[in-house]
Design a protein around this ligand. Sequence first.
Ligand code: ADP
Ligand code: TRP
Length: 321
Amino acid sequence: MRILTGIQPSGTLHIGNYFGAIKPAVELQQRGDAFYFIADYHSMTSLTDPAARRKNTLGVALDFLACGLDPQRSIFWRQSDIPEVCELAWLIGTLTPMGLLERAHSYKDKLAKGIAPNFGLVAYPVLMAADILLYDSNLVPVGRDQKQHLEITRDIAVKFNQAYGETFVIPEPEIREDAATVPGLDGQKMSKSYGNTIDIFGDEKAARKKIMGIVMDSRTPQEPKPDAGQNLAIQLLRLVAPADVARDFEERLRAGGLGYGDLKKALFEHYWNFFAGARARRAELAANLDYVNQVLADGARRARAVAAQVLTRARKACGIE
Ligand code: ADP
Ligand code: TRP
């Protein structure tokens, strides 16, 4: 089974991204052939600073490798290293109804925000469909927000197969419903657009300050807190501390006698330790960029071997060549 997913290099990764996307992707490596790429072409629809794109792309590569993406087991590459994907996007784009693209939530959300639409924004799902179809992908793990893009991909593949004969594998989405939505520092969903994130690999001082700055209520430490289970620091602690430790803190908070300052201090320590191994690996990788570039080059070579076959199949089917 071929499992494929793309990660946009649109910013610094936070612990919501870790528990919602990176960890599940790393675990999925056990279930099939993982094809993971950094979607730098897609990032062009929201980011127009070349230096930032370069920095984020390298950052995503370091983050994923540090968090357990295994280049022996999986194929990991930069989307733009396989420009065939743009050609395939054209082939399938000519069969994609405008209505399908105009109804895409992500597109409508951008319009609603007042962003002036351009071709790239409308065509975003077509390029994503090309990403998926170019590698004969069977399973595509994504967050809920990408579900409709998968439906569009399946529609396009079926249309192409009907028009030109069996060409593409019809992919199945795997929506990560069970991955917890990690709350941010203000209790809303953690998201870079809300400025409420804790970075996976942030600076120690800054992270400590952010966590110690979480706003709690004004009850005294002694007061019992029957709502301890909903406490933001407890929710985050459950992710980064052993289960019995998190339970113990929750009980102490419920019973009264545990101050919020001590709770936040414990949260910071557990968060910092949780990522200690990955942080050390990331520092090693950052000091050895030749290795990282080698991994991406090797991934591109292996991905391209598949892409070339599928593109030839698609070109032949539609009478180009
Ligand atoms: P952001 O909301 O910070 O812009 P993205 O939309 O780039 O994050 O998300 C990248 C991936 O991380 C997606 O697969 C998404 O489902 C996952 N993700 C983002 N935020 C969270 C969160 N707070 N909890 C769980 N998963 C998340
Ligand atoms: N659009 C996806 C996101 O923002 C990233 C992506 C690009 C992707 N191409 C893909 C995901 C192909 C899965 C398959 O998260």
